[in-house]
Design a protein around this ligand. Structure first.
Ligand code: ADP
Ligand code: MG
Length: 370
């Protein structure tokens, strides 16, 4: 019998990246601080800052529904999803190159609006479009952005660096992008035609995420953060990356997951579980990070979160303009282990995440949630 040809779908996106790591992360040039395997590549080109480099694409009908996303938002989206990886290292986006692969029938109005979005998102983060490339495709719209950024050498935060006992925290709320996608795909029927604001806000969460750049910078400057990643593939999947990179297990308290109110509302309407969307939905572009357990109060104080301010803090108070309004929620902790993700249920039981929920996140080559 003929042996079946092994494909990308067999090994999955992450199996493929492991293959690339073992092939290329050997005998690296000393200028390469981090090669394949983190959110961005980190290069030492001399001076007091590292150069950060990342690329990510948006493909019509894979990442966004063609014809449904406003071109302006698509321009913002390609910038923000890339910037999120720079934010996850504590860095600042600086220079971008954009590869545009599109059919020649594309309208000039579309391109003008798209590039206005690109320009506005780059401007909000102090970054510049400095080049790119155009090529013709038959039908698909394929957009590639290559983004470079910088980070002070002593403030780089990697995926690796956590210890057992570190607390795991997340910025913002989860599940909102998935809720928006459901609305965009029309899975809600007419349930929300009365509530335009909920519909619009949910759609915007999906169409136009905002990378947590200010938050990433402040977290890196605090000096308390031991490891960080951005949530692009879903909370459980990205927790899995952090856990395996650190060779630790992570235990997450279900009751503490900051489920977005839009996610709650829309999931209820379509008969889905909002918690599942928050755990595996993906594309929320929040930051997931760890801090030594005894430093959490100091971190909160540094961020200007007064409710948890410690009386024993030794750092200077934030000025009002420095106070971070983004919610920061402790959701779990690392413990000795081998890279697995566990969930603590509402009755205190601790179970492997696979037992709670079959799917765990996005895999490009397995056509969706793996
Ligand atoms: P993220 O979700 O943070 O964008 P990915 O899962 O896409 O990260 O990538 C993880 C790591 O694998 C990164 O270091 C990235 O540069 C690298 N990588 C992904 N695809 C390829 C590829 N085709 N060739 C080389 N490196 C890759
Ligand atoms: Mg990432």
């Amino acid at each position: 019998m003929e042996e079946a040809v092994k494909t990308l779908a067999d090994i999955g996106e992450f199996g493929f990246i492991e293959f690339l790591r073992s092939k290329f992360n050997v005998n690296l040039d000393p200028s390469v601080v981090l090669g394949i395997g983190d959110d961005v590549a980190v290069i030492d080109v001399g001076g007091s800052e590292y150069l950060l480099a990342t690329c990510d694409s948006q493909i019509g009908d894979v990442h966004f529904p063609v014809g449904l996303i406003p071109p302006y938002d698509l321009g913002c989206r390609i910038v923000e999803v890339n910037a999120s990886d720079v934010a996850a290292m504590g860095g600042t986006p600086r220079w971008a190159l954009l590869g545009l692969n599109l059919p020649s029938q594309t309208s000039i109005t579309f391109l003008e609006e798209f590039y206005t979005g690109v320009g506005d998102s780059l401007a909000r983060m102090g970054a510049w479009l400095v080049g790119g490339n155009c090529a013709r495709t038959k039908q698909e719209l394929v957009i590639d952005l290559f983004l470079m950024g910088t980070v002070p050498k002593n403030q780089l935060v990697r995926r690796k660096g956590a210890s057992a006992g570190d607390v795991v925290l997340v910025t913002g709320t989860l599940g909102k992008s998935r809720a928006g996608l459901e609305v965009v795909l029309g899975n809600m029927g007419t349930a929300f035609t009365e509530n335009v604001s909920v519909v619009e806000r949910a759609k915007q969460s999906f169409f136009h995420p905002r990378a947590r750049i200010t938050e990433g910078r402040k977290l890196a400057q605090s000096g308390f953060v031991t490891a960080m990643i951005d949530i692009s593939d879903g909370l459980l999947q990205d927790l899995g990356h952090l856990a395996s990179e650190n060779q630790l297990d992570v235990v997450v308290d279900i009751a503490r997951i900051p489920v977005d109110p839009l996610c709650e509302e829309i999931a209820k309407q379509v008969g889905a579980d909002p918690l599942v969307w928050a755990l595996i939905g993906g594309e929320d572009y929040e930051l997931l990070f760890s801090v030594p357990g005894d430093r959490v109060p100091e971190l909160m104080a540094w961020l200007g979160h007064e409710a948890t301010m410690s009386s024993s803090r030794t750092i200077s108070p934030c000025s009002e303009s420095d106070v971070l309004t983004t919610p920061i929620t402790p959701i779990g902790f690392f413990r000795e282990g081998s890279g697995r993700v566990f969930l603590k249920g509402l009755n205190g039981e601790i179970i492997p995440s696979e037992a709670f929920i079959g799917a765990s996140g996005w895999d490009h080559f397995r056509g969706g949630n793996s």
